[in-house]
Design a protein. Structure first.
Length: 364
């Protein structure tokens, strides 16, 4: 094992154990200052849960990087990516405590997205998707800012039951770490493994602990969503600079598959709300995890099913890129998700009809 590989292993191990130590401390502080999630009609939990998972992850990631990272590998663009991530971590923590208006949060997200897009974290090509390759500079900025803010909010919206956002992000960062290692980007590999180690620790408290349960909070979903999409965009750009661009052929399906469930779910929810005459930002119980809960499944089973679905899509996207074009792969993924949503929505409507019938019978 090369010395650099030892540091990579040390990164995930150290971040895991540091998080195990840090998270109960942050939990105690959160309870004292009232940084907790209170139950309401939309939420599953019935007690006050500390919203410090994201803050603890952010602290652990920074501490581990300071201990292990080679700072000569950190470019000015990387500084902006990390800086934007921690700005969103702080904004998310303030929102967890005081409920910032959605428009204010969106402005900060857009500013962070614009800053890293200007630093080079932007889409420069469609790489043949829908027959499109190069795109204009203006389109690069517009599409990149929309994509970055969209992914951030997609993960934020998906953080509705124990382990779901954390589990999908864990899969995502492990995939990104694998890609980074393959193409030789040492810092991204270390960073992704550090985040993965901290996420594993978080899931131990979020899913498998009753007395010490914590939630990720907006701080965590904004911080990690921004970091993940920034790294993903840069990895695509790095791979596309290969002499023949061969790396992008297998890398793109993997990266798209990592984000497909949260992004597809958020787009579906926004569209449904607008179609029904509601604000796209009005919270409801129509997300993918709510639909699975309508089947009578427990939270842990729903989290496991959706996580395995995400992992299966990643694996299939990689395997099928050998025989199919990216357009066909995307069409197949969309078809599978559409059929799944159709079945889940039918079940939801049946449950609603049964409840209405019971109410009518009780009033007779």
């Amino acid at each position: 094992m090369a010395p650099s590989d030892i540091f990579l292993v040390l990164g995930i191990v150290l971040s895991f154990f540091l998080s195990i130590i840090v998270m109960p401390i942050f939990r105690s502080i959160a309870i004292r200052i009232g940084l907790v999630d209170k139950p309401d009609h939309r939420k599953i939990h019935q007690s006050h849960i500390p919203l410090v998972g994201g803050l603890a992850i952010g602290f652990t990631v920074l501490l581990t990087l300071l201990l292990l990272a080679r700072f000569e590998l950190i470019s000015s663009a990387l500084v902006k990516l990390l800086g934007g991530s921690y700005v969103l971590l702080i904004i998310g923590a303030i929102d967890d405590k005081k409920d910032i208006r959605a428009s204010y949060k969106l402005v900060v997200q857009l500013l962070c997205a614009i800053i890293i897009a200007m630093a080079g974290y932007r889409l420069t090509s469609f790489h043949g998707i829908l027959g499109i390759y190069d795109i204009s500079l203006v389109a690069q900025y517009i599409l990149s800012v929309i994509l970055i803010t969209g992914v951030i909010n997609a993960f934020n919206l998906l953080d509705g039951i124990d382990g779901l956002a954390g589990g999908l992000m864990l899969i995502g960062f492990i995939i990104l770490a694998t890609i980074s290692y393959y193409i030789g980007h040492e810092f991204y590999t270390l960073l992704c493994l550090i985040v993965a180690g901290s996420l594993i620790s978080f899931l131990r408290f979020n899913v498998f602990s009753v007395k010490l349960k914590i939630f990720m909070g907006d701080a965590g979903s904004l911080f990690l969503g921004f970091l993940m999409i920034g790294i993903a965009i840069d990895l695509i750009n790095i791979a596309s600079k290969d002499a023949i661009g061969a790396e992008v052929i297998w890398l793109l399906p993997l990266i798209i598959a990592v984000f497909i469930i949260p992004v597809a779910d958020s787009l579906r929810v926004y569209f449904t709300r607008i179609k029904n005459g509601n604000s796209p930002f009005k919270a409801d119980r129509s997300h993918i995890h709510h639909l699975f809960l309508e089947l009578g499944l427990k939270q842990t089973k729903v989290t496991f099913i959706i996580s395995m679905l995400s992992l299966s899509i990643v694996i299939l996207a990689f395997l099928f890129h050998f025989i199919w074009t990216l357009d066909i792969i995307l069409l197949g993924i969309v078809a599978i998700l559409s059929i799944m949503y159709f079945i889940l929505n039918i079940n939801k409507q049946v449950n609603e009809w049964q409840q209405k019938i019971k109410q009518m019978e009780s009033q007779m």
